[in-house]
Design a protein around this ligand. Structure first.
Ligand code: BJW
Ligand code: ZN
Length: 243
């Protein structure tokens, strides 16, 4: 199976990767769903919403600060690096990720499309203020505050991530959809494939005649359309495919 997949990739010129929380699981970043995918007693649908933030911004910030701390301790794993290598040799054209953890960027992926934002960015809830905390060196400052406020207008800051019911960043979504329409293969890694519109990506590749290759420890909502389903950990399977 892995040999066959490697063959498909070797004969493709226009491959994209579509990744989810499972690719970072082996880096120690908790996934959203499944037995380890919970934070305290909450489900993502109860915390990653504008309504939750309006009702209880301290709780939602507590959740994100906990996540930022986890992610700060995490390093990219062999799965992230395998995708970097695939891009370096000219086969992989882009990584389209639902993850907010910045690990693809840290690994060195150049053409990265973040569909759900980035946990190290904050934005103001009132004005147009945005900040990339890794650039301004304010990660720890934000972590130490109960409710971070906008330096420009003093309204509440919020994580610059996409919550349920919010539109995805327009430019990122447009680019991702365009890439999906023209890709000859997509490598789907570590996603349950239930969150839309992101989950349309592999379906669009399939509809346009492309090959769907999936890497996951268990079946997902994408598996029914997968031409190749590689069961196993991303950090073990992806390096073998790239070898
Ligand atoms: C491993 C592994 C290992 C583990 N190796 N594998 C139809 C069309 C369009 C929209 C909708 C629709 N139906 C419903 C909607 C609405 C909604 C939605 O999709 N709901 C569904 C849940 C039903 N979508 C939205 O609300 C979106 N916005 C929208 O539609 O806007 C419309 C609009 C337009 C114009 C104006 C206004 C509105 C927004 C969705 C935002 C999702 N946000 C989150 C939080 C981001 C911030 C944060 O990180 O906190 O994104 S939710 C969460 O789920 C996060 C993830 O990116 C996303 C997907 O999760 P993912 O990555 O798949 O993780 P898991 O945990 O589910 O799966 C992990 C997988 O890894 C598993 O399969 C494991 O087996 C596997 N795994 N270890 C390989 N080692
Ligand atoms: Zn502001």
């Amino acid at each position: 199976m892995i040999v066959e997949v490697a063959g498909v990739l070797a004969s493709s010129k226009n491959v994209i990767a579509f990744t989810g929380a499972g690719i970072s699981a082996e880096s120690g970043v908790p996934t959203f769903r499944g037995k380890d995918g919970l934070w305290k007693k909450y489900r993502p649908e109860e915390l990653a919403t504008p309504e939750a933030f309006a009702r209880d911004p301290k709780l939602v910030w507590e959740f994100y600060k906990w996540r930022i701390q986890k992610i700060l301790q995490a390093k990219p794993n062999p799965a992230h690096y395998a995708l970097v290598e695939l891009e370096r040799i000219g086969i992989l054209k882009a990584v389209i990720t639902q993850n907010v953890d910045d690990l693809h960027r840290e690994a060195g992926t150049k053409n990265l499309i973040e569909l759900h934002g980035n946990i190290f960015r904050v934005k103001c809830t009132s004005c147009d203020y945005r900040e990339y905390l890794k650039e301004t060196g304010r990660v720890n400052e934000i972590l130490s505050q109960e409710l971070p406020r906008c330096p420009k207008c003093n309204s509440l800051l919020r994580p610059d991530v996409v919550w349920f019911g919010e539109p995805l960043p327009e430019e990122a979504l447009r680019k991702a959809l365009r890439l999906a329409e023209t890709a000859d293969a997509v490598i789907v890694v570590g996603t349950s494939g239930i969150v839309y519109p992101a989950a349309y990506i592999p379906f669009i590749v399939k509809e346009n005649g492309g090959t769907v290759i999936e890497v996951n420890v268990q079946e997902s909502a994408i598996t029914p359309i997968a031409d190749f389903f590689c069961r196993g950990k991303a950090g073990e399977i992806l390096p073998k495919i790239v070898e």
